[in-house]
Design a binder for this molecule. Structure first.
Ligand code: DX5
Ligand code: ZN
Length: 214
């Protein structure tokens, strides 16, 4: 069952609660929240105080994608704010195993994101523990970029790795450059959570845009 998560990065930041209500009514399955710190990626977005407020505006599950250094500093706050999934970048975590345990102990589901150049094999030893593998199909930091086609092979590899680890509950998510065409490639490779920023928030009719992705 494919799930569509619009990325708030492409919403109109001057009216976030209206934007979230709109995509919820348009059939979104979850809300993807991109946290950027200006260090791990060259861009800044929003943090926990904003997420706490947004939680009151929506019933959608919140999927936090942490493009930050020292993600361990955010975990307690994200749990209190009512986030369901927390995904950290493999490249940002020296102590990845420890961070993932912290996320689970805080009562949330844990994911690891891989930049396009980072191999799936780097997650082999923790594959049975993961709730999500996020394959980045663009270099993180900005919305509206072009889908990098070689990442479809990484989606297949991630599915294979999870199956080999007998992990049947984890999902493979894809993020970056997803539209109705690239969604077919990602789903064909095994992705079940599709993140889409500009393809949803940039559309005049978001209901049609979400249906087209699905
Ligand atoms: C990029 C973010 C994405 C971004 C996707 O660093 O992680 O979630 O919002 O935007 P689109 O769908 O426009 O590529
Ligand atoms: Zn993201």
């Amino acid at each position: 069952m494919i799930k569509i998560g619009p990325s708030l990065l492409s919403a109109d930041f001057s009216k976030l609660s209206e934007e979230i209500k709109d995509i919820e009514q348009s059939g979104a399955d979850f809300l993807h929240l991109d946290l950027m710190d200006g260090h791990f990626v060259p861009n800044l977005t929003f943090g926990i105080p904003v997420i706490e407020k947004l939680r009151k505006c929506s019933d959608l599950p919140f999927d936090a994608h942490l493009m930050v250094e020292h993600p361990e500093n955010y975990i307690e706050g994200l749990a209190k704010a009512g986030v369901s999934y927390v995904t950290v970048h493999q490249e940002a975590c020296i102590h990845l195993d420890r961070v993932l345990h912290q996320i689970k102990e805080a009562g949330m589901k844990c994911g690891v994101a891989l930049n396009p150049a980072t191999p799936v094999s780097s997650l082999k030893n923790i594959a049975s523990f993961l709730d999500m593998v996020l394959i980045m199909s663009v270099n993180p930091g900005f919305g509206g970029q072009k889908f990098i086609s070689y990442t479809t092979d990484k989606i297949k590899e991630a599915c294979h790795m999870l199956a080999s680890a007998e992990n049947t509950h984890a999902v493979v998510e894809v993020d970056g450059g997803i539209n109705s065409e690239t969604a077919k490639l990602a789903v064909g490779a095994g992705a079940v959570f599709l993140v889409a920023g500009s393809a949803v928030f940039g559309a005049d009719d978001r209901k049609t845009a979400i249906a087209a992705l699905r």
